[in-house]
Design a protein around this ligand. Structure first.
Ligand SMILES: *Cc1c(COP(=O)(O)O)cnc(C)c1O
Length: 245
């Protein structure tokens, strides 16, 4: 993966260089797929990286920031309260964290059960905030209905029920779907399955146009299969390596 080397220039210059390379990869993939490059938005996943990186990204024109742990996300969002960025919560979410997440998140990508939708709904109303929620789908072909995988996500057959639960909560809007490609499977197959789940949900909820799919390692397959949002960490900020996360 092409990530600017440590030590070459300032942190801001390295991130800017990474962003140029990423933009080129997304443009090439979009052209190949016959899509407009501006159909595909980038959510910069800043987990394990400091708030100063969020500032650099914002200055480079990135306005969507993703985090996967509530404690870290809450602190970073507070530190960056003066920035005009949207916060995306992309990690697995326990119901007891819904209250905290509802304070700062604009988009929650990982809604994978009815109970979580109700918790987010009541917390969003209490905080007088509006959250866009994506149904996280488990694309592991071996996942049994009703069983959440190790990385979360609802079985495709139960995705519509989660969308209905989101739609039934005032304060929440169904934005679309999200998935992480399962390890060991061709991501193209997985993203194709996601696309058909996304289409079924969009038939019921026309505003639910988001397909959040694709990370640094599988973004080409995601763009080919209709992703509207890529969640990119490593390719922008470098290898998290010994950092936890
Ligand atoms: C960390 C993370 C990403 C970004 O992954 P990279 O491979 O670093 O681009 C995307 N989605 C989720 C849910 C993540 O936790």
């Amino acid at each position: 993966m092409s990530v600017a080397e440590e030590g070459s220039g300032t942190r801001a210059q390295r991130i800017a260089a990474n962003l140029r390379v990423l933009g080129e990869r997304v443009r090439t993939a979009s052209e190949k797929a016959g899509r407009a490059a501006d159909d595909v938005a980038i959510v910069a996943v800043t987990k394990t990286y400091p708030a100063s990186d969020v500032r650099i990204l914002a200055e480079l024109g990135i306005s969507d920031i993703g985090e996967n742990r509530d404690q870290e996300a809450a602190a970073k969002a507070a530190e960056c309260g003066d920035l005009d960025v949207r916060w995306h919560f992309v990690g697995q979410l326990q119901t007891n964290k819904a209250r905290s997440v509802a304070q700062y998140a604009d988009v929650v990508h990982s809604v994978d059960r009815v109970r979580l939708a109700s918790a987010l709904g009541s917390r969003a109303r209490a905080a007088e905030r509006e959250l866009t929620c994506l149904v996280q789908v488990n694309l592991d072909p071996d996942a049994a209905a009703g069983v959440l995988g190790p990385r979360g996500g609802v079985h495709p057959g139960d995705a519509a029920a989660v969308a209905d639960a989101i739609a039934g909560e005032s304060g929440l809007t169904v934005g679309g779907v999200m998935a992480v490609a399962p390890r060991g499977d061709d991501p193209a197959n997985a993203f194709e399955r996601l696309y058909s789940v996304a289409s079924a949900i969009r038939d019921r909820y026309p505003q639910a146009t988001v397909i959040s799919a694709g990370m640094s390692g599988d973004l080409v397959a995601a763009v080919e299969h209709g992703a509207t949002h890529l969640r990119i960490g490593t390719a922008l900020l470098g290898d998290r390596g010994s950092n936890v996360g």
